[in-house]
Design a protein around this ligand. Structure first.
Ligand SMILES: Cc1ncsc1CCOP(=O)(O)O
Ligand SMILES: C=C1C=NC(C)=NC1=N
Ligand SMILES: [Mg+2]
Length: 219
C-alpha cells in the first residue's frame, strides 16, 4: 500500500543542495549518506551559488544514479520542470511555490508530492490536493533555511498526527540525533535533516547513528 511505502521512506529523509556541502564534495556527501542508511533523498538546490541550468541537470542526474543504486527515492525540491525532465520519483513544494494542486496535475498520480506545512490548516489543504506526505516544521531553530517560519516544536507534531492519523508526516528543522527520538515518539513517521548529516565530520556515521535510533523506535 502506497501510504505505508511512503511512511517507511520518510524515516530518515536527507535534504541537501551543493551550498550545504561546505568544503566537501557534495556528491561524496550524498553517497556517504546513502551508505549510512538514509531512506529518502531530496535535492534542494537553493541559496548562494546554487547550481543552475546544465550544471544543475548534471548534478541531479548523478544524485539520481546514486539513489537508484541504493534503491532510495529521489525527490526534487521546488523545480517541477527539473523533476519531470529527469523523471525523479517526486517533488516537494512549499506554501509559496507553484500551487501544490497544479503540481499534482503536472506530475500525475504516480510521482510523490510532498508539501511543506506549518499548521493544521496547511495540512488540511495539502491533504485536500492529494499530497502524499507533509513536511512539518521548523521543529527547532535552524540556520539552514534563511526564511524559515516560526519554530513549531514537537507539540504540533503530536497535534497534526492526532488530527490527520493517515497523513505521512516528516518533521524538519534543526533536528539532531539528540532530538530525533522525541520527534518520532510525538508521532512523526520520520525526520528530515540537512546539517545533521551534511555538516557532520563523518556523514555516513551521522546518517547511520540517526538510522539506528529511528529504527529502534519504529518496528
Ligand atoms: C528545508 C527546511 N525547511 C524547514 S527547516 C529547513 C532546513 C533544515 O535544515 P537543518 O536540518 O540543517 O536544520
Ligand atoms: C521545506 C521543506 C520541508 N520539508 C521537507 C521534507 N523538505 C523541504 N524542503
Ligand atoms: Mg520551496
Amino acid at each position: 500500500m502506497r501510504n505505508m511505502e511512503i511512511k517507511k521512506a520518510l524515516r530518515l529523509y536527507f535534504v541537501m543542495g551543493t551550498p550545504n556541502s561546505g568544503s566537501q564534495d557534495p556528491l561524496a556527501i550524498v553517497e556517504a549518506a546513502l551508505r549510512g542508511g538514509i531512506t529518502c533523498f531530496q535535492l534542494r538546490e537553493k541559496g548562494s551559488n546554487a547550481l543552475e541550468g546544465d550544471a544543475l541537470l548534471g548534478f541531479a542526474k548523478k544524485c539520481q544514479a546514486l539513489c537508484r543504486l541504493y534503491r532510495v527515492p529521489f525527490i526534487i525540491n521546488d523545480d517541477v520542470d527539473l523533476a519531470l525532465a529527469i523523471n525523479a520519483d517526486g517533488v516537494h513544494v512549499g506554501q509559496d511555490d507553484e500551487q501544490a494542486d497544479s503540481v499534482r496535475q503536472r506530475i500525475g498520480p504516480d510521482k510523490w508530492l510532498g508539501v511543506s506545512t506549518h499548521n493544521a490548516q496547511e495540512v488540511q489543504l495539502a491533504q485536500s490536493i492529494g499530497a502524499d506526505y507533509v513536511g512539518l516544521g521548523p521543529i527547532y531553530p535552524t540556520s539552514t533555511k534563511l526564511d524559515a517560519s516560526a519554530v513549531v516544536g514537537t507539540t504540533l507534531v503530536k497535534e497534526i498526527h492526532t488530527a490527520f492519523p493517515d497523513m505521512p508526516i516528516v518533521a524538519i528543522g534543526g533536528i539532531t540525533l539528540a532530538t530525533t527520538g522525541s520527534i518520532i515518539q510525538a508521532g512523526a513517521d520520520g525526520v528530515a535533516v540537512v546539517s545533521a548529516i551534511a555538516s557532520a565530520k563523518d556523514p555516513q556515521y551521522a546518517a547511520n547513528d540517526l538510522s539506528k535510533t529511528i529504527h529502534s523506535l519504529l518496528e
